[in-house]
Design a protein around this ligand. Structure first.
Ligand SMILES: *[C@@H]1O[C@H](CO)[C@@H](O)[C@H](O)[C@H]1NC(C)=O
Ligand SMILES: *[C@@H]1O[C@H](CO)[C@@H](O)[C@H](O)[C@H]1NC(C)=O
Ligand SMILES: *[C@@H]1O[C@H](CO)[C@@H](O)[C@H](O)[C@H]1NC(C)=O
Ligand SMILES: *[C@@H]1O[C@H](CO)[C@@H](O)[C@H](O)[C@H]1NC(C)=O
Ligand SMILES: *[C@@H]1O[C@H](CO)[C@@H](O)[C@H](O)[C@H]1NC(C)=O
Ligand SMILES: *[C@@H]1O[C@H](CO)[C@@H](O)[C@H](O)[C@H]1NC(C)=O
Ligand SMILES: *[C@@H]1O[C@H](CO)[C@@H](O)[C@H](O)[C@H]1NC(C)=O
Ligand SMILES: *[C@@H]1O[C@H](CO)[C@@H](O)[C@H](O)[C@H]1NC(C)=O
Ligand SMILES: *[C@@H]1O[C@H](CO)[C@@H](O)[C@H](O)[C@H]1NC(C)=O
Ligand SMILES: *[C@@H]1O[C@H](CO)[C@@H](O)[C@H](O)[C@H]1NC(C)=O
Length: 829
């Protein structure tokens, strides 16, 4: 018997825990829940929620072009979150990491703190795609009033940007921001279209602004009474003056939620109160209850009506009509037929245009023939739908508000801006690389090195990219990546590029890797990422940084590469205090990089142009073996019936092929030019562009070529190499470099020729270390009949790439270099 008792207690416990589990899983926990008190110095607790200062939260990022100011109010403010504000004098961006994509609320709280003259401010707020507020009509401040705006946007990337753009000679400000996940089921993709008895779909792509959210006949509800932190106002002030409606209410706990409707749709406080016609025995009930709402007539609205029959005493007695504007939304509406019971909530959605006037009206009225005439409405939400320009405020899309119209007209201005941005990128990259080396001990602060770039706001029209079709080797789970990078710990940041951030990671088996986390913010970035993946999956070579695997879970675009312990070549040339490289080491590195590029140009089935050859894209492993990295800008080379690929100018300023730049025609010879700049940089140990130098020295290629042509190259070499370079080796190197930097592509050698000549320069250096040889020693080496000029004139490459790569594409070209050594090295025969 006691066994049976035990069994039943266990059963009861199990049932209780199942029940508890169900009820706890029913309440929604937002995956993203940013509550930010802008400019505050401390946490602010308001309506049981904690708002964290924007200076300390680490999961989002604030970028400003100029320093933003913080102001605090000393007098009393309407709400605690209005105590402080952040003020921007130039365009500024909050970037939020989004854990779970989908609809999010963006709530903006504005209160023009009186002692700081903010009420005259004029500014625009945009996300990446949507215009939330536009300065043209944002002059709504009046006296001590404050404004709270609520938007809901389906975020389809792992980042949400919020840009504040001050108008001319004005400022922007913000007191508090909320970015909170919305349950998926809250806003459907479809709703009924009024007056056309059809439905409208595609709502999930659109953004909404909450303009009215009302609790009919009941008190104002605050986040304390709503699990989703919404505010429901009382409806009295919108009631049409001559409607004599009556409040009704029941105890909220009596509201019986059906299976398909949760308190997330609306809390029971909403359904427990309503407006009705009143008592039929007392008054004439032949009237409509009408609510009138001022709205912007240029927009379409989403209207959600909430009902709950809390007045009837039996089923099927409450039958009434619902009108939105003058359209009949429901006639002979019998709530019991939807709910099957009393006190059961039900809601319906409609989409409507406003009438020609500036109002939207909602009415409920009795069915004339009803035995016991009455009507009820419990709750109402009116959401403004973003227009065709993806705006809530005017007809200008984001792109027009961010790029000033003056710039669009003058192409050269745009070009200058693009070049400026490219220069900025080069500068950032050098800074990053410098920090990457110099800051290994100390924790880098990447946010401080990212100046705001105008094109960080881009219109995207993202197409989903599936990686499953590519054969990319190992796939990693997002969790593995998180573990490897200690949740993308900023102290593991190796660098920041156009496509995202690169972190050092340690995989579970102890392998150290470089993890590149794509920033799918722009179409550009995605396309380039895609290119890189495709390129890398096809290209394997000892002198190309190899891809270990990737992760595309949760729409992440993450690539895992082999880790290059010695970082970028540039950091071993200048700007750091790393030991300087010997001439022989430099030659070997250049040869390695040339091999990688030669393979790109000739090794794969279709020739690949790197397009961004520079000293930061040549990485060194623990043995200083050079590998070419970053195929993000790669583009398949011309096929046999084309002579060039026409394309928008990309790449890094200072390395750009002048011909490519002029004619936007891309060939392998563009890479050869850039490689010539790399050779110059390796020799002189200075940046490709150094704007602080006198005009004729700014560009290394221009400047260096002059010295080379005058035969004085030895005077501009890295001072650490002075006296340590064999003169014939240097001469060979100088000639090769000069050929690479030829004005016209046809005059430049192929990468194969460059490789051959660098090998030769290396042999000259090594030989000189053994025996004193004069400049023309080459002619004395048995078996070698090539003079330097012949090498360039010979259009057929000395190294037959095809043979090498047909052998299995594993790219270990040691055999080729052995042949070379034997050919060239005097001791080889
Ligand atoms: C502020 O709030 C955050 C999040 O709730 C909490 O982690 C932090 O400890 C709070 N800081 C202070 C100073 O109370
Ligand atoms: C406040 O703003 C008004 C309107 O822009 C301007 O005329 C006035 O000079 C400002 N006052 C101060 C103290 O900045
Ligand atoms: C500001 O308030 C005043 C009176 O309080 C009113 O006359 C004026 O129209 C209001 N301005 C705006 C833009 O609402
Ligand atoms: C902003 O100011 C510049 C010059 O001060 C002017 O050319 C431009 O039209 C102004 N733009 C707007 C939107 O007022
Ligand atoms: C958000 O948009 C994506 C892509 O359009 C869609 O698949 C998803 O269902 C949307 N989510 C919501 C909650 O509307
Ligand atoms: C309805 O409720 C509101 C707010 O609770 C109250 O102010 C109002 O007086 C009520 N009206 C009636 C007719 O009871
Ligand atoms: C909100 O809920 C609390 C209980 O959690 C209740 O005491 C309070 O009266 C409610 N407030 C309103 C405005 O309904
Ligand atoms: C309500 O007011 C309108 C005019 O504003 C009038 O035409 C109508 O008869 C009134 N209705 C009632 C029920 O008083
Ligand atoms: C209620 O409003 C609708 C639409 O405006 C109208 O057709 C209907 O006659 C009104 N009913 C009453 C009783 O006034
Ligand atoms: C709103 O009006 C426009 C034309 O004025 C029409 O094309 C559109 O379908 C209307 N939308 C709805 C929901 O009725």
């Amino acid at each position: 018997m006691s066994d049976l008792n035990l069994l039943s207690s266990v059963l009861v416990l199990v049932l209780i825990s199942v029940y508890l589990h169900q009820s706890s899983s029913a309440s929604f926990i937002p995956a993203d829940n940013y509550l930010i008190a802008c400019g505050s110095s401390h946490n602010i607790t308001f309506l049981t929620q904690i708002y964290v200062p924007d200076s300390i939260q680490s999961s989002f990022d604030l970028k400003t072009q100029q320093d933003s100011n913080i102001v605090q109010s000393k007098s009393t403010v309407p709400l605690p979150i209005h105590q402080s504000a952040r003020i921007f004098t130039a365009i500024s961006t909050y970037t939020f990491n989004i854990r779970k994509q989908g609809r999010h609320w963006i709530r903006l709280h504005f209160y023009p703190i009186p002692e700081h003259n903010l009420s005259s401010s004029s500014f625009t707020v945009v996300t990446e795609n949507f215009v939330l507020l536009n300065s043209d009509s944002f002059k709504s401040y009046n006296g001590s009033k404050f404004i709270s705006k609520e938007y809901s946007i389906n975020v389809t990337s792992n980042i949400l940007l919020l840009n504040f753009i001050p108008s001319n000679n004005s400022i922007a400000f913000i007191n508090a921001i909320e970015v909170v996940s919305v349950p998926d089921e809250l806003i459907p993709d479809q709703a009924n279209r009024l007056s056309q008895s059809s439905s409208i779909s595609g709502l999930s792509e659109l953004a909404f602004e909450t303009v009215y959210r009302l609790n009919m006949g009941g008190p104002k509800l605050t986040p304390q009474n709503d699990t989703l932190g919404r505010i429901w106002e009382n409806d009295e002030k919108y009631l049409h003056v001559n409607s004599s409606a009556a409040n009704v209410s029941i105890t909220p706990s009596l509201v019986k939620y059906p299976e398909n409707l949760t308190p997330e749709i609306a809390p029971n406080w909403v359904y427990a109160t309503g407006q009705t016609l009143g008592d039929a025995k007392v008054t004439n009930l032949n009237f409509n209850i009408t609510w009138v709402f001022p709205v912007d007539p240029d927009f379409t609205y989403f209207v959600r009506v909430h009902f709950c029959d809390i007045v009837s005493t039996s089923l099927n007695t409450l039958v009434f009509n619902l009108y939105i504007n003058s359209d009949s939304a429901f006639s002979d509406l019998d709530l019991s037929s939807f709910t099957g019971n009393l006190d059961v909530p039900v809601y319906r959605d409609f989409v409507t245009n406003s009438t020609d006037s500036n109002t939207l009206t909602v009415s409920v009225g009795p069915e004339i023939d009803a035995e016991d005439p009455n009507a009820i409405l419990n709750g109402l939400e009116i959401l403004k739908i973003s227009n065709g320009a993806k705006s809530f405020d005017g007809a200008d899309p984001v792109v027009d508000l961010v790029v000033s119209p003056a710039k669009k007209k003058k192409i050269w201005v745009v070009l200058a801006a693009v070049l400026g941005a490219v220069v900025a990128v080069v500068v950032i990259v050098s800074v990053v690389c410098y920090r990457y080396i110099a800051g290994r001990g100390s924790k880098p602060k990447p946010d401080q090195m990212k100046p705001w770039l105008p094109h960080s706001i881009t219109i995207t029209n993202k197409s989903t990219i599936s990686l499953t079709s590519c054969n990319l080797g190992k796939t990693f789970s997002f969790q593995e990546i998180m573990d490897a990078t200690n949740k993308f710990d900023e102290s593991l940041l190796l660098g920041v590029g156009g496509f995202g951030r690169v972190y050092k990671g340690t995989m579970e088996d102890g392998t150290i890797v470089a993890i590149k986390r794509g920033n799918p913010r722009s179409e550009q970035g995605l396309a380039e990422f895609r290119t890189e993946i495709e390129m890398l999956s096809k290209l394997r070579h000892r002198h190309l940084v190899s891809l270990i695997g990737y992760c595309d879970e949760r729409s992440e675009m993450i690539l895992v590469y082999e880790f290059m312990a010695n970082g970028p070549l540039r950091s071993h040339l200048y700007g750091t205090d790393l030991p300087s490289l010997s001439w022989k080491q430099r030659l070997e590195i250049c040869i390695g990089a040339a091999r990688g590029l030669h393979y790109l140009h000739t090794g794969a089935s279709q020739s690949v142009i790197h397009r961004d050859v520079k000293t930061t894209n040549i990485l060194l492993d623990e043995n200083f073996v050079a590998k070419v990295a970053d195929f993000g800008l790669s583009k398949a080379g011309p096929t046999f019936d084309q002579t060039h690929v026409s394309t928008a100018v990309k790449g890094s300023f200072g390395y750009l092929d002048p011909e490519y730049f002029r004619r936007q025609q891309l060939t392998e010879k563009s890479d050869v030019y850039s490689f010539g700049v790399v050779l110059m940089e390796v020799l002189c140990a200075r940046p490709a562009l150094n704007p602080v130098l006198p005009r004729d020295q700014v560009n290394i290629a221009e400047w260096g070529l002059k010295w080379q042509k005058n035969g004085n190259l030895d005077q501009i070499i890295d001072e650490k190499l002075v006296g340590k370079v064999n003169s014939s080796s240097l001469k060979k190197y100088g000639e090769t470099m000069e050929k690479c930097l030829a004005e016209y592509g046809v005059d430049r050698p192929s990468m194969g020729d460059v490789l051959w000549n660098l090998e030769y320069a290396l042999q000259l250096e090594e030989t000189s270390a053994l025996v004193e040889v004069d400049d023309n020693s080459m002619n004395h080496i048995e078996g070698i009949k090539l003079s330097p000029l012949e090498v360039f004139d010979n259009s057929v490459s000395m190294i037959d790439g095809d043979d090498e790569f047909r052998r299995g594409n594993n790219g270990d070209d040691g055999s080729t270099s052995n042949v070379f050594s034997q050919l060239v090295h005097p001791r080889g025969r």
